[in-house]
Design a protein around this ligand. Sequence first.
Ligand code: C2E
Ligand code: C2E
Ligand code: C2E
Length: 88
Amino acid sequence: GVRHEPTSKIVLDLERLYDDASEELAYVARYARAIQQQRGDYNGRVLSIRADDLRALAIVYDASPSGLIERLTEHGVLVADPRAFFAN
Ligand code: C2E
Ligand code: C2E
Ligand code: C2E
């Protein structure tokens, strides 16, 4: 059957993502750039991504969506609360 992962909004910290030198995040960075292009959303410091796109990306990493979220968290490229992020 289908495993339902918890759904909370996935928000990437673009500055951290694009500055991250690790090979591991190369596909995430490339994907984020493609989404920015599709939306014409070039000036944001953060990018909200679709749950569907996270699922697709997880396949590339041979991980579950929650497994990929864990890795992104380890690299510090996820924003837990975009509004708190901008309140700083
Ligand atoms: P589309 O999927 O036909 O969506 C058309 C417009 O509906 C989007 O224009 C956006 O304004 C709105 N929209 C669709 N889904 C959502 C959503 O979940 N949340 C919000 N806030 N708005 C939504 P936009 O942003 O200019 O995107 C243009 C097209 O670029 C989209 O057409 C889609 O084909 C592609 N695209 C943009 N962002 C993504 C993405 O994150 N993932 C994927 N797979 N495609 C995207
Ligand atoms: P903001 O652009 O001032 O948006 C404030 C809140 O309005 C958002 O909180 C969200 O609840 C709502 N909102 C804005 N645009 C949309 C939309 O297209 N669809 C829907 N359904 N709601 C919308 P949120 O999501 O917590 O985001 C907080 C701030 O984080 C946003 O302030 C914006 O500055 C930034 N942000 C989040 N996602 C993106 C993104 O994908 N691209 C960019 N450039 N900024 C983003
Ligand atoms: P959001 O705008 O707050 O949308 C939350 C959820 O509502 C989306 O989760 C999606 O399931 C649904 N939704 C909102 N607008 C539409 C729509 O026009 N068409 C459809 N079919 N569903 C819609 P999802 O897909 O996981 O997206 C998470 C967040 O990623 C969105 O939060 C939005 O911030 C961003 N996003 C996703 N797709 C697009 C897009 O095409 N353009 C833009 N600008 N932002 C998008």
